[in-house]
Ligand binder design. Sequence first.
Ligand code: AHM
Length: 374
Amino acid sequence: MRDWETGSGEDGRAYLGGYLRSSMLSVPQRLSGLAQLIEHIAEGCAELGEHVARCAEQGTHAAGGNINSSGDRVCELDRVADELLVERLAASGSCAGVVSEERALPEVLPAAAAPYLVAMDPLDGSSNLGCSIPVGTIFSVRARGEGDPADPESYLTPGTAQVAAGYVIYGAPLELVVTTGSDVHVFFLDARRRWRLRRDHVVVPPQGKIYSVNEANVSRWEPELRQWLESCKEAGYTQRYVGSMVADVHRTLLKGGVFLYPADRSAPEGKLRLLYEAAPMAMLFEAAGGFASDGARRLLEVEAASIHQRTPVVLGGRVEVMGVERALRSSGSWHVVAATRRGRLPCIFEVGGRRVDGHLELSPGGRQHRFSSS
Ligand code: AHM
């Protein structure tokens, strides 16, 4: 064990390794290698932070010609982040396979019988590189169970199955925000590149004063959601939005209010990814006493039908998230005909006051559904 894995520094702030082992993880979690896994992710992100800083210094952030599995233009740093973190996950020996935004299919790691599967967005918000706006890494950890790490189905359990989730924000300093379910812990990277505890017991206030959304999309929203936004303005809310999910979510987690990326007429499934953006953030918000919804349901209970599935996202305090759900419920856009089997049923649904032909897809057991326009 390395010296910084135990104890605290001279200022009494615990090191990540020691804190994981002494306070944060239960004995079975420690024994099954969750501490090693989180530490390896954290170490990988510390290294990635240097690449992000170098890239900003040298102005080498421009997007290249490649398109990733999500249809986004990939810059060199996206590729570096993905490869570096997959390498660190492999080195942990605790991770059997990984789903990454940058890879069409799961990557099987050498320890294919290891206990955990990871889903990650290695570099979220990379379109913001080059203007000193923080970008981030988001990760979600699930127990592998009997799942085959090569099979996408193994990663499609609902967010309630996550055993840990977190993100790193590449600000000054770098911060790691992580939960294993019952509390949210914030670490910072000190000058000697060691993760140190900044705070735990993060609590999202039940009601805040900030809404965070891309308001340019408002004309494509449900009228009821537009009304909800107007009521926020009348109630004295202010807006903050930089378009980097980790930065906007970090502020919402610490200061309260609401972050949302709802469905709209041109994106009936929303923009953000369920497995490696929405679900881990939802776990953090619930662990901090906040709420997380897809506009109709608890986000953590939504089952993915595919590894890169998109979902509408609402994260924040109880008052704001319930306000958004109430608005969307009254719009009727999420009203679903009863159906009890897995399959793809033709249906008509309503988005932004417009009727759209599409399909309703039911997951095994018919408990979850998702729309796609045809
Ligand atoms: P990316 O994966 O291309 O970086 O997209 C994800 C980002 C989020 O970080 C952010 O919340 C959102 O997309 C911003 O989208 P928009 O520019 O439509 O507001």
